[in-house]
Write a protein that binds this ligand. Structure first.
Ligand SMILES: Nc1nc2c(ncn2[C@@H]2O[C@H](COP(=O)(O)OP(=O)(O)OP(=O)(O)O)[C@@H](O)[C@H]2O)c(=O)[nH]1
Length: 273
């Protein structure tokens, strides 16, 4: 059973944040010149298997009836996530595009976003005007976040199965994403995690930014997620949302072999993957 208390707590955080943010960004807002006419680009990042594709499927199910939507997925070597979404039948298959990153997922959502931007713009050109384009990152580690050059807003997804202490581990996604999702709350009793405590830890780490305890099997939390996206879209359309960068990756390096192969040696740690 999803935790009622944590849901109430999340709801309060979501409302408070959306009410407060325009005031917090008055200075930045003054520098905005025009309302964006294109779709809201919403990134979904988080460690492997935490439920990113399922969140995309859920959002398509909840919102495709009222919004013109498209999806871009990122996988390292396959189009697995795109195939999952196409088979879920939540959106016309041609509106779901796969980007094969061929390298650490963060490279394509942060370091060089051109392949993803091309995919987003192709979809907007083919099926626009669109309201919402969802971009799913490949599963990466706790430090991978979207560049604001690609995503106007971003969700970061962790899950209870990764352990109750994940929310305390920090990292730019946990502390700075527009919304932090603590997913699979229905599994909490089986993995002995206290969802309310996890939400409290995350809220403390996020300094007032919202946290949502979510389960795809809990309609109340799913409705909260859909509402958050609706409100973000309103703010995007009105020009009051300022895309913010949750912060850079933790320092790490990629050792590239200088042969003509695409082999990469990774000498950084991928927690959660
Ligand atoms: N019990 C439960 N399982 C979930 C929930 N959300 C997702 N899952 C399951 O978790 C597994 C991984 O979900 P995905 O949506 O594929 O996760 P992902 O983050 O996209 O995975 P990668 O793309 O491989 O990083 C699947 O078996 C889902 O059915 C949830 O709310 N509750």
């Amino acid at each position: 059973m999803p935790d009622q208390q944590s849901n109430q707590q999340s709801e309060q955080h979501l409302d408070r944040h959306l009410d407060q943010q325009p005031e917090q960004h008055l200075d930045q807002r003054a520098h905005q010149h025009s309302r964006p006419s294109r779709a809201l680009r919403l990134g979904v990042a988080g460690p492997v298997g935490t439920g990113k594709s399922s969140i995309l499927a859920t959002l398509c199910r909840e919102l495709a009836g009222e919004l013109a939507m498209a999806v871009v997925t990122n996988d390292i070597y396959t189009d697995e996530d795109a195939r999952f979404l196409r088979s879920a039948g939540v959106l016309p298959t041609e509106r779901i595009r796969a980007v094969e990153t061929g390298a650490c997922p963060h490279t394509a959502i942060r370091d060089d976003v051109s392949a993803n931007l091309d995919a987003v713009e192709d979809l907007e050109e083919a099926y626009g005007p669109l309201d919402l384009v969802l971009v799913e990152s490949g599963g990466d580690n706790l430090t991978a976040t979207f560049s604001p050059a690609l995503a106007d807003a971003q969700l970061f997804c962790i899950d209870v199965a990764g352990g109750g202490d994940v929310a305390r581990k920090g990292g730019p996604g946990i502390t700075g994403a527009d919304l932090l999702i603590i997913n699979k709350t229905d599994l909490a009793p089986y993995v002995e995690v206290d969802v309310a405590a996890m939400v409290a830890d995350a809220s403390q780490a996020r300094d007032g930014l919202p946290v949502l305890a979510l389960s795809k099997n809990d309609p109340v939390s799913v409705a909260e997620l859909a509402d958050w996206v609706r409100k973000m879209l309103e703010r995007h359309r009105s020009g009051t949302h300022v895309p913010t960068d949750p912060g850079p990756m933790a320092p790490h390096s990629h050792s590239h072999s200088h042969s003509h192969s695409r082999d990469h040696v990774h000498d950084h740690v991928h927690d959660g993957s």
